[in-house]
Design a protein around this ligand. Structure first.
Ligand code: ADP
Ligand code: F6P
Length: 320
């Protein structure tokens, strides 16, 4: 039976990370384990910025965005020396298991630490939903709802001015936030990396729908595909419809997590502790078809997640 575990959050923060921290801490405490919070991801593990938690340490956080443990990117952890230092910290404190809440990069680090004999379990925490072994990542639902609310507000002003709103949403290299927000907001077009796009064809479609009486437009662009400002300019030139660009940016990473994110984070956090309590490490937890599952970290990292192609097709077909 393992007696002491640590929790850290790493990479970009995501709403629901706090709910995951709470679930891990309380589940472990209820099994009689000692629980330690590690600040700023692998930075805290290397430097020993670690504190003992009790049940009250995680009170009043389930509804808050961000992460009470802070997060960071830690280049030193990509080196053999960095991982060795982290292992020494674990040994000094007697930490036998670590729950790592983060994305793919953080899981690569967790695999390295696992190979040194520390039991690591990863929980997928990122707004991008770009982790293949899980249908949902912690933070994704909240980020999409934030994006939807923002686009709804933009639509109000676009409607008043007969304009086109070109809205860039986050997603790193993945179009999941974009395509879902596009559907939810009735966008005329969704532009993602996963599908080729043609601004001439988009302009043509807008002009056709204008002939049918459509007076305002929303185009959702996924981060990294093109610049929203440039796309808005081209659309305006081609259609003579006044266009404005908005980059939603980090607002999508904040805010109180939705019910779905809190519940997913809690289920995953609870599962991570069940694994550690059985002496199982080097795993990533996920949700598939509403069931909590777990995979070997390397296996999880090698998986490919399909794009929501069908959803994209539906968005296109309905944009008349
Ligand atoms: P995310 O976990 O959201 O994908 P990053 O890619 O920024 O975010 O990774 C977070 C941290 O995980 C990095 O700062 C680094 O400390 C660690 N990490 C990332 N990639 C590796 C790797 N290949 N090997 C070891 N550690 C890594
Ligand atoms: O991975 C989450 C994410 O918000 C991406 O959508 C975005 O590309 C990136 O992080 C931004 O990271 P930073 O914190 O460095 O601005």
């Amino acid at each position: 039976m393992i007696k002491k575990i640590g929790i850290l959050t790493s990479g970009g923060d995501a709403p629901g990370m706090n709910a995951a921290i709470r679930a891990v801490a309380r589940a472990a405490m209820s099994k009689g384990m000692e629980v330690y919070g590690i600040r700023r991801g692998y930075v805290g593990l290397i430097n020993g910025d670690i504190f003992e938690m009790n049940a009250r340490s995680v009170s009043d956080i389930i509804h808050r965005g961000g992460t009470m443990l802070f997060t960071a990117r830690c280049p030193e952890f990509r080196t053999e020396e960095g991982v060795e230092k982290a292992k020494e910290t674990c040994e000094k404190l007697g930490l036998e298991g670590i729950v790592v809440i983060g994305g793919d990069g953080s899981f690569r680090g967790a695999a390295d630490l696992s190979s040194k004999g520390i039991l690591c379990v990863g929980l997928p925490g990122t707004i991008d939903n770009d982790i293949a072994c899980t249908d949902y990542t912690i933070g994704y639902d909240t980020a999409m709802n934030t994006a939807m609310e923002m686009v709804d507000k933009l639509r109000d002003t676009s409607q008043s001015h007969d304009r086109c709103s070109v809205v860039e949403v986050m997603g790193r290299n993945a179009g999941y936030i974009a395509v879902n927000t596009g559907i939810a907001c009735g966008a005329i077009e969704v532009i993602t990396k996963e599908r080729p796009y043609d601004l001439d064809a988009i302009a043509k479609k807008m002009l056709e729908t204008k002939k049918n009486g459509k007076e305002n437009f929303v185009i959702i662009v996924s981060e990294g595909v093109g610049h929203a400002n440039e796309i808005a300019q081209v659309i305006q030139e081609k259609t003579h419809i006044e266009s404005r660009a908005t980059i939603l940016g980090h607002v999508q990473r904040g805010g109180s997590p939705t019910l779905r994110d809190r519940v997913i984070a809690t289920k995953m956090g609870y599962h991570a502790v069940q694994l550690l309590s059985q002496g199982i490490g080097n795993r990533v937890v996920g949700i598939q078809k509403d069931e909590v599952v777990d995979f070997d970290i390397q296996e999880a990292l090698s998986m490919k997640k399909p794009y929501e192609d069908e959803l994209h097709t539906i968005a296109e077909e309905l944009a008349l």
